[in-house]
Design a protein around this ligand. Structure first.
Ligand code: PMV
Length: 321
């Protein structure tokens, strides 16, 4: 068995998923719609070894992180072949910037080749989902729709000029992982049932906006979906929030710029960083404005990125984080 290397890019949801369907298989309680980004990716090499090992950014992982990779390999490996998985994350890890999405999508893509599974992209997205719910979407380039049934598909976004400014608001890793936070929200939040029952309409409207090339509508729904998701977490017991004061400062600035006529819409995930959806013409002025907000660490401009792919060699690609 030859070593196999694959790359997958991170994605950020415009219409969020938050919550698991009951039962096994890591199925989401709702669908979702996301944008795969060109600037963040994970490269993963898988090869035979005498024992399971997981090396992330040069550091050997034990405990929960190793166990998660092993459980994933157990889904596909025959005769319990021991594997070494070496990953380089060009995405800040555990900070709400979707490193688990690119990580499990890259691992699924590499495992498909390594174990000669012969999966097509839909089946590959289902496999990636078993590792992390959002990973299914990173199999596809640009816009991807996740279905409640557990697979993702690419969505034609040619009518839209999609850009994202990623505003880094903190260097700290998140306190509560998304799986724990989702479960707590589902079990305790009075708003969770509403989040679930009103979700499909948002997704349908967003898909219509994409179809019509209606950037404004898609942007409005993007903000609405993220705020509704975070509102459901705020009503959990105990409450969960990932915002920092700086996140609010960035969100306020985005709303002010919109009042002045700029087309910009924010979204946040399970971390304090704010991502701003915008169009090419506004990137320059928005990036300059965002960089001036006191405390902002860095602003990165992302365009739609590629789907997951195999690499011919095994040398690690340079990236920007
Ligand atoms: O991929 P997971 O299961 O860690 O969940 C990620 C959830 C959000 O990023 C908050 C929303 C989404 O749809 O990506």
């Amino acid at each position: 068995m030859q070593p196999v290397s694959a790359i997958a890019h991170a994605n950020i949801a415009l219409i969020k998923y938050w919550g698991k369907a009951p039962g096994d298989g890591n199925l989401p309680a709702t669908g979702s719609l996301s944008l795969t980004l060109d600037c963040f990716f994970t490269q993963t090499v898988i090869q035979k070894s005498n024992q399971d090992r997981f090396i992330l950014n040069g550091i050997e992982q034990t405990g929960e992180r190793l166990a998660r990779v092993q459980a994933f390999l157990d889904l596909v490996r025959v005769k319990k072949i021991a594997c070494e998985v070496i990953s380089e994350n060009h995405v800040p890890t555990q900070s709400g910037l979707a490193s688990s999405a690119s990580g499990f999508a890259a691992l699924a893509c590499a495992a498909n080749q390594f174990f000669a599974l012969g999966l097509d992209n839909r089946a590959l997205s289902e496999l990636a989902r078993r590792g992390s719910g959002s990973a299914a979407r990173s199999i596809f380039p640009g816009l991807a729709r996740m279905h409640r049934e557990g697979y993702a598909e690419g969505i034609d976004a040619r009518k839209l000029d999609l850009n994202m400014l990623v505003v880094h608001c903190s260097n700290l890793e998140k306190q509560v992982d998304s799986r724990t936070a989702m479960n707590l929200t589902a079990q305790t939040s009075a708003y969770y049932p509403e989040w679930i029952s009103s979700h499909q309409a948002d997704l349908d409207d967003a898909l219509k906006a994409v179809w019509h090339g209606d950037f404004k509508k898609l942007g409005e729904l993007t903000e609405y979906s993220t705020l509704k998701m975070h509102a459901s977490m705020l009503a959990a017991r105990p409450a969960i929030w990932y915002f920092e004061p700086l996140s609010w400062a960035v969100m306020n600035a985005v709303r002010d710029w919109r009042r002045q006529g700029l087309q910009a819409y924010f979204t946040l995930d399970a971390g304090p960083h704010v991502k701003v959806l915008c169009q090419s013409n506004d990137v320059g002025v928005l990036k300059t404005g965002l960089e001036k907000i006191p405390g902002v660490l860095k602003v990165q401009h992302a365009k739609p990125g590629p789907g997951a792919y195999l690499l011919a060699g095994h040398s690690f690609r340079e990236g920007r984080v």
